[in-house]
Design a protein around this ligand. Structure first.
Ligand code: PLP
Length: 399
């Protein structure tokens, strides 16, 4: 739950500063807002924290994906490679811009397997979206290298890895663009919200234009702004910006607390016979929002999950999950888009034939079947950790 657990007087103070001016929109009203620009301040602080040149706040992580794909000029006729293990939004965003997502396999990092990228490339492939799942990095160095080799754009979906890094560099800054989510259950929350990062001025401009009806944000009055490209409205508001500022200041503390809690629980799990842990390409970069471990077989994982549940310890086996694993999305598999024409799958301009059979992702089928994932809270008092440890010991005896 992370950021939501630590909402307090700092958030209240930031939000009050906005309410005192009454200016809830991020643009214009420069006299009335009396110098309060929370979204702009949040973007600047976020870009600095991550080490990126440009940051753009938007209404959600899903919107951030769409805005980034639009900025990268991905659209009808194009294919985008996306791992089979991700939240549905990554696939939906590709379809929102009229392109078709192509499902790729994961590896022991639980993220996109760089070796599967070449196998999934077709003449229509334009980009790849590595997703840093469950708070820890994908093999992002290899993924970017393979993508570059094949001249594909890279958009990092870092909705779940805010503050996490790889070899000293923050996730979301390796690809051409990176996105973050600040929804209520993410590491930093603004209720709903998202961020787009890039170092590329052209992509930053296009994202900014698209997210606000093509406004160039150059005139003193909104009505006088220059028109650029057609866009839509994904503007972050000042209350979100204010919440984001307060939450960002807490991010390193959140991660430190989670790392400590995760380490204690991991220690207890190590005693379980046959246990393995998710392969984290750079453990120092883990934001520790989740602890993922595995057993030698699906049967044993199911059995251990049941035994843990008997001890009041909840885990997720993502092969069963309805929202994070492509083969379980029956509405997606039935091409049930909101359009009766089943756009973009039936777009006459689309020449590919993406298919979503389990046979295409053998490693995901194996790994996600044997893996259990536990959420790590920021606030886990000693007694709670002790109870979990005892529960693990008891469940292991039943295994
Ligand atoms: C949460 C999430 C999103 C979408 O973010 P929202 O802010 O909820 O729209 C996208 N991708 C992944 C991997 C997510 O976990």
């Amino acid at each position: 739950m992370a950021g939501a657990e630590v909402i307090g007087k700092e958030e209240i103070k930031e939000v009050l500063e906005v309410l005192e001016t009454g200016i809830l929109i991020r643009y214009n009203f420069d006299v009335e807002r009396k110098g309060v620009f929370k979204c702009r301040e949040f973007e600047e602080a976020f870009a600095k924290y991550c080490g990126a040149r440009y940051a753009l706040g938007v209404t959600s992580g899903s919107a951030a994906l769409k805005v980034a794909l639009m900025a990268m000029d991905i659209g009808p006729g194009d294919e985008v490679i996306v791992p089979a293990f991700t939240f549905l939004a990554t696939y939906e965003a590709v379809m929102e811009v009229g392109a078709v997502p192509v499902m790729a396999d994961i590896d022991t990092s639980l993220c996109l397997d760089p070796d599967d990228i070449p196998r999934k490339i077709t003449p229509y492939t334009k980009a790849v979206i590595p997703v840093h799942m469950c708070g820890a990095p994908a093999r992002i160095d290899k993924i970017v290298a393979v993508a570059r080799q094949h001249k594909l754009l890279v958009l990092e979906d870092n909705a779940q890895g805010c503050g996490a890094g790889f070899k000293g560099k923050k996730l979301g800054t390796f690809g051409d663009m990176g996105i973050f989510s600040f929804d209520y259950v993410k590491t930093v929350t603004t209720g709903e919200g998202g961020m787009v990062l890039t170092d590329n001025k052209d992509l930053a401009d296009r994202a900014e234009w698209y997210h606000d009806h093509g406004h160039d944000h150059k005139a003193a009055g909104r009505a006088m702004d220059g028109r650029t490209i057609l866009g839509f409205n994904y503007r972050m508001n000042e209350i979100q910006g204010a919440l984001g500022l307060a939450q960002l200041r807490k991010l390193d503390g959140i991660i430190a607390a989670q790392r400590k809690n995760k380490a204690s629980i991991r220690e207890a799990l190590k005693a379980v016979k046959g246990i393995g842990f998710r392969d984290i390409p750079d453990p120092a970069g883990d934001s520790a929002t989740f602890l993922a471990f595995n057993l030698p077989s699906e049967d044993r994982a199911k059995k251990f999950q049941k035994a843990l549940a008997g001890q009041g310890i909840d885990t997720v086996r993502y092969k069963d999950n309805m929202w994070h694993y492509v083969p379980n999305w029956e509405h997606f598999l039935a091409r049930s888009t909101a359009s009766s024409k089943k756009y973009p799958f039936n777009d006459p301009g689309y020449k590919g034939k993406a298919d979503y059979r389990r046979e295409n992702i053998p490693q995901a089928e194996d790994i996600l079947g044997r893996t259990l994932v536990m959420g790590i809270a920021v606030k886990m008092p000693e007694e709670k950790i002790a109870t979990i440890k005892k529960g693990i010991e008891q469940a292991a005896r039943e295994l």
